[in-house]
Write a protein that binds this ligand. Structure first.
Ligand SMILES: Cc1cc2nc3c(=O)[nH]c(=O)nc-3n(C[C@H](O)[C@H](O)[C@H](O)COP(=O)(O)OP(=O)(O)OC[C@H]3O[C@@H](n4cnc5c(N)ncnc54)[C@H](O)[C@@H]3O)c2cc1C
Length: 374
């Protein structure tokens, strides 16, 4: 990326991804069952080499991938992102044996990954998690619950964050790679507004050993935060992809829908609303690319930029999708309409991977840290 524009090759790649999403992935997504893992869709993402890019690329490439897939097929976008979220701790903190056992299957879309941090009693305050890892011989036994875990209970393995208690708070957490077939691990699907699969997990004395640890004992919170730092701007990219899809649908609709002796776009109130939607979407897009670029260049202001990008993009997408529905009228609310689908999709990203209020907290903390340093 030079200055504020994507290069020709990047633009071409995004165009190809949008076409793939539309022609190859959307038909598979439509055959899937709502709220269930769509294995044929994942296998196609593997076949197309797109899952490989999640693990081999930088933050900007991940953002372009997520934005472009989201434009044409949110189910494919989310399936891809979840493989990344569940697989990245293994890539970054796993042993050679763990990586060899699990990552080829994740990259091929054969094995389903999940990232299990949140609990019924610990969401935004993840460092307060309570899932207990009690010492048992050379290993531990996991006891407790996880909640709102995407891909649960159908995933093939979970990156699980549990309290081993080396120190209070964040320093007493360890990450484990837990295969789904471990004795004592059960789960239930949750019926949510968001269309993708989500469930809860129950751990009833699940045995884990030293060979299951990701990173080291007491380093689990760092493993979780490293993963979330990479993925935060890309949640913004997902939102930008949805906003762009809603905006384009609105342009087409308002340019063609006749009313009051003209088309809707002739009404100044409509045209100005569309202008506002486009301007906000463009601002969000640039902020996302800037945050991803900062991550890729190892800039020290990544936490502030990533939080700003996620905050602005997810709030903007909500604004744009809501107004897109408004400017379409009743047709947008019919089951199966693109905007009915986006209206359900767009809500959750303002809550997960750090709610908007949490992002504002991070931005303010970083700003005042700057004041204190001066
Ligand atoms: C669709 C979806 C998918 C998810 N997938 C996963 C997953 O794969 N893995 C996983 O581990 N988790 C997942 N989650 C859980 C998600 O990470 C949590 O919902 C999130 O961290 C918020 O936690 P909570 O829902 O318990 O809300 P709470 O922490 O109870 O917060 C509720 C509200 O309080 C306010 N608030 C909270 N903290 C602050 C603060 N510091 N300052 C100001 N206001 C604040 C915010 O408005 C927030 O929305 C998913 C959630 C959803 C909705």
């Amino acid at each position: 990326m030079a200055g504020f524009a994507l290069g020709v090759e990047q633009e071409e790649w995004c165009g190809q991804l949008r076409a793939l999403a539309e022609r190859r992935l959307r038909p598979l997504a439509e055959k899937g069952e709502p709220g269930r893992v769509n294995r044929p869709l994942l296998a196609e993402l593997g076949e197309l080499g797109l899952l490989e890019r999640v693990f081999g690329s930088g933050a900007l490439e991940l953002c372009l991938l997520r934005e472009s897939l989201a434009y044409g097929c949110t189910e494919a976008e989310t399936a891809l992102a979840l493989q990344g979220l569940g697989g990245h701790p293994v890539l970054r903190a796993g042993t050679a044996a763990q990586r060899e056992r699990w990552l080829p299957g994740v990259r091929a879309g054969r094995l389903v990954a999940a990232f299990a941090l949140s609990e019924p009693g610990a969401g935004s305050d993840a460092a307060a998690l309570a899932l207990a890892a009690a010492p048992d011989g050379a290993g531990w036994r996991l006891e407790g619950a996880k909640c709102w875990i995407s891909n649960a209970p159908e995933a093939d393995f979970y990156t699980v964050f549990a309290r081993t208690g080396e120190a209070p708070g964040a320093k007493g957490i360890t990450a484990f790679l837990v295969p789904a077939d471990r004795p004592g691990l059960t789960g239930e699907a949750l019926d949510m507004l968001s269309p993708h699969p989500i469930g809860s997990l129950s751990f009833d004395g699940v045995p884990v050993g030293r060979e299951d640890v990701l990173g080291g004992p007491g380093q689990g919170f760092r493993v979780a935060m490293e993963t979330l730092n990479l993925f935060r701007p890309s949640v913004g990219a997902f939102a930008v992809g949805m906003a762009r899809a809603a905006l384009d649908a609105t342009l087409a609709h308002t340019a063609g829908r006749t009313a009051f002796g003209g088309v809707l776009a002739d009404l100044q109130a409509v045209a100005h609303r569309v202008a506002e939607m486009a301007t906000r979407t463009e601002a969000a897009r640039l902020l996302v690319y800037a945050a991803a670029g900062a991550y890729d260049s190892g800039s020290p202001d990544v936490p502030r930029r990533a939080a700003m990008a996620k905050l602005l993009a997810t709030e903007t997408a909500q604004y744009v999708v809501d107004h897109a529905v408004q400017l379409h009228g009743a047709v947008a609310l019919r089951r199966g309409h693109l905007l009915e689908h986006l209206y359900r999709e767009v809500r959750a990203p303002r809550i997960y991977e750090g709610a908007s209020e949490v992002q504002r907290g991070i931005i303010a903390k970083e700003l005042y840290r700057g004041v204190a340093a001066r």
